[in-house]
Design a binder for this molecule. Structure first.
Ligand SMILES: [Zn+2]
Length: 265
């Protein structure tokens, strides 16, 4: 039996422990060397998305709650145009982060691969992308057994949804320079809002230290101010609009329908 004093001490230690654990939750360190605490798992499929590889097939779908909800938001927004052809999601991170096969980053729960939407080049019918398919500067598939065509309109809608997901804090959308050109040319031709195009110009970026990314979007989000205080390290550009977006995000929390309305506007 614990004495009153011992019981008080045990309670205090328990509370301290909880506080320490909650301080640690989220993304830690750099995308290329960090780890993840108390992440959330993206299910294998949901409204408007499916994963490329299940856990049994070697997929990794653990991320911060923020990046997981971003995938859901984008999939819902983009999915309305053709629910039969969902967004295909590649890896996020392992349950506790750290190194995973196929990636130099994806270690801190803040990176996710979104595969490109595609069409059958002969029939022009939208098809579910079977894998990471590479595309050339004309949007034609490269070295793929069936001729596929980059679905520029739908892939642009992914970019637009990412830009509109302001509370998420996206720092980069890595993509090859020629894919970036296809997307921005389409956006300008469609007279999309100037602020969306300008942010897309800033976010879409061909990485200098890895493959050019002509077969998927690699989306990276920044550390939240809380995560930063606990050792999360951004490394990438700190866009001027992010601070304002955090404030908006704090006051407007996670009202799913409001977020969806924002994405669909
Ligand atoms: Zn990636």
């Amino acid at each position: 039996m614990l004495s009153g004093r011992a019981l008080a001490l045990a309670t205090l230690l328990l509370l301290e422990g909880c506080a320490a654990t909650s301080r640690l939750a989220g993304s830690h360190g750099r995308p290329s060397s960090g780890w993840l605490a108390r992440g959330e798992r993206l299910p294998d499929r949901g409204r408007g998305w499916q994963v490329l590889r299940t856990d049994a097939q070697g997929g990794h779908h653990w991320g911060t709650p923020r990046i997981v909800s971003m995938v859901r938001q984008v999939a819902r927004a983009v999915g309305t145009t053709n629910p039969a052809v969902p967004l295909v999601v590649g890896d996020i991170s392992d349950v506790r982060g750290g190194q995973i096969p196929r990636h130099a980053s994806h270690r801190a729960g803040r990176d996710v691969d979104l595969l490109f939407f595609t069409r059958d080049a002969l029939t022009d019918a939208p098809v579910i992308t079977p894998e990471f398919v590479r595309y050339d500067r004309d949007g034609a598939s490269v070295r793929w057994p069936v001729a596929l065509r980059f679905d520029t309109a739908r892939n642009w809608s992914v970019v637009e949804s990412l830009v509109r997901a302001e509370a998420v804090g996206i720092t980069r959308v890595f993509v090859a320079a020629w894919i970036r050109t296809l997307l921005l040319t389409h956006a300008r031709a469609q007279s999309r809002p100037l602020w969306i195009i300008e942010r897309a110009e800033a976010l879409l970026h061909q990485p200098g230290d890895s493959a050019p990314h002509d077969d998927h979007f690699h989306v990276r989000v920044v550390c939240t101010p809380d995560e930063r205080g606990a050792g999360c390290f951004d490394g990438g550009p700190a866009w001027t609009w992010l601070d304002k977006d955090w404030e908006k995000g704090e006051s407007a929390s996670a009202d799913d329908d409001a977020v969806l309305a924002l994405l669909m506007r």
